[in-house]
Design a protein. Structure first.
Length: 293
């Protein structure tokens, strides 16, 4: 039996409703993958998925496999962007050798930080909707539809994966990470008036317009770039919704409580300084005024 499944752009895709082990369903999924892997997109995609990566030889193949398998089952028009942040361990070579025509590698010769990698990847993206997701898949790609919904319907310009929103499913989070997260959340609320319960979850989805406006002025390359993005969004009037997601503490995390707290405090000052110097002026404001004249 077949059923119509909504595509991300509002169209319908015919999909088998039989169990996942059903052979026709598996063959259909394989054909979708083959088409995506071998047929270049002729128009801008509906969705771009951006994954920042730095020395990820151990995780990048399973992550790409999970992302491609899931997104191909949802949407035929999409691209995957691996934004490599100066890896020295062969990550770029591994990704290139996959030979997937709708997978793009964005490179930089030096390690600048996660914020820089995400910015370069998003600015290279062509999708109507743009997701960035951490390479460790701590928030599984299967949570994509939860974020896509409110942005696709126009309820929000940005959907933020949250480990603190009601209904979130958080597993394996260490006591140290919980203390760090709670402390940073209080600092954010006191220093910037932002009410988001979780600014740092590496799973956020933007409309194309929101992404263009934010990343044109976003400056922080390191750990605190998420906070900077949400602060800019609040200043320019973009609508942000917190979405509860499933999250697990992935092995091999590079979070360092003492170091990252210190860097976070420094970046709080940098954000305030950038604001005072007028560096967060909305580039979309002038564009919209011109369009209205």
């Amino acid at each position: 039996m077949s059923a119509a499944v909504n595509r991300l752009d509002g169209g319908d895709v015919l999909a088998e409703t039989a169990p996942s082990f059903d052979l026709p369903s598996q063959l259909d999924q394989l054909e979708r993958y083959r088409h995506w892997a071998t047929t270049p997109l002729k128009v801008d995609p509906v969705l771009s998925v951006v994954i920042p990566a730095y020395n990820e030889t151990q995780r990048i193949l399973p992550t790409i496999g999970a992302v491609v398998s899931h997104v191909c089952s949802l949407e035929p028009s999409w691209e995957l962007i691996i934004s490599d942040d100066g890896s020295s361990d062969g990550t770029r070579r591994i990704v290139r050798e996959l030979g997937l025509v709708n997978l793009k590698v964005v490179e930089t010769p030096t390690n600048t930080g996660k914020g820089g990698a995400v910015r370069r990847g998003v600015q290279a993206a062509r999708g109507e909707f743009i997701l960035f997701a951490d390479a460790d898949q701590a928030t599984p790609i299967e949570q994509l539809e939860l974020l896509l919904g409110p942005v696709k319907t126009g309820e929000a310009d940005i959907a933020v994966g949250s480990r603190r929103a009601g209904g979130a499913d958080v597993r394996g989070r260490s006591l140290g990470r919980r203390i760090l997260s709670d402390g940073l959340r209080r600092l954010v609320k006191l220093g910037f008036g932002l009410s988001h319960g979780d600014t740092q979850c590496g799973f956020k989805l933007f409309s194309r317009d929101a992404a263009e406006r934010l990343f044109a002025v976003q400056r922080i390359d390191g750990f605190s770039f998420d906070l900077e993005l949400l602060y800019i969004a609040s200043r320019v009037g973009l609508r942000v919704v917190d979405v509860p997601v499933r999250w697990f503490d992935s092995p091999g995390s590079t979070v360092n409580g003492g170091r990252d707290t210190l860097l976070f405090l420094v970046d709080l000052g940098r954000i305030r300084l950038n604001e005072a110097l007028g560096r967060y002026r909305d580039p979309g404001h002038g564009r919209r005024n011109q369009e209205g004249t």
